[in-house]
Ligand binder design. Sequence first.
Ligand code: ATP
Length: 269
Amino acid sequence: MTGLEVRIDEKRFNGKVVLRGLEFTARPGEFLALVGPSGTGKSTLLNLISGLDHNFTGSVSWDGETLYMPGESPSQLGMMFQEPRLMPWLSTLDNVRLVSQSRDASVVRNESQVTARAVELLREVGLGDNLNTWPGQLSGGMQRRAALARAFMVSPRLLLLDEPFVSLDMPTGNRLRESLLALCQRQRPLVLYVTHDLREALAVADRVLFLSGPPARVILDYRVELAHPRQLEGPAVAQLQQTLSAQYPDLLSGLIEISLSSEGDSPQH
Ligand SMILES: Nc1ncnc2c1ncn2[C@@H]1O[C@H](COP(=O)(O)OP(=O)(O)OP(=O)(O)O)[C@@H](O)[C@H]1O
């Protein structure tokens, strides 16, 4: 099939089974949220799909071909983590340009094209005035913006996001989610978005995959039939959440959390 086919028979760490019988498929352009209790193996799953960890039984296929030989990752793979992971000694622009030095560089060819694309992406996420700013001078929210721009530098066909906007205040998180959705709308990658926050999942995703407690597997594949733009606090999302809570009370216990932090979009001094 076209797209991603995941079948993890078993993934263990030191003999302990973390994932077992975890299966799903997804098509290009779909936006999937992976929701599950803390410590259930969501990041582990992304590591298997990205090819960072190939020590498991089962298979991951992309466009009908089994990925990957050990040490390989899929081409045009974009990733973003909880931590922005910017190089502190490089400017914001150079942090984004850096990605083009990877083997996915085939997408952008020469220096000026690389720079032009990085500038365009940084403008798109609202950092057009911060091209030469050091990461340490950016706020937490601005650093996530830079990380978001960097994830799109490879024109990703597959985009793996591991709680990318966790511990941001609600307005900052909302603005970043809007930027992400706008970029996805244009480039249509297949997105896997890990979150432990059901409201966030319902606000962004076409499908929500609910993972069980360990060993994790998919216990519900839920299609979200709401038009964009959705608001985290919107009535339709609240109603959906209520319906799901009524239908699947055990599934949702412990999942509905909104992180409130003081981290915002203002630069740090
Ligand atoms: N490198 C590792 N070595 C040993 N155990 C590991 C390793 N990485 C993860 N684990 C274990 O695997 C389980 C799943 O961890 P993982 O980080 O994938 O969960 P998660 O669902 O992403 O958690 P959270 O929501 O808290 O980020 C945990 O019990 C964790 O301790």
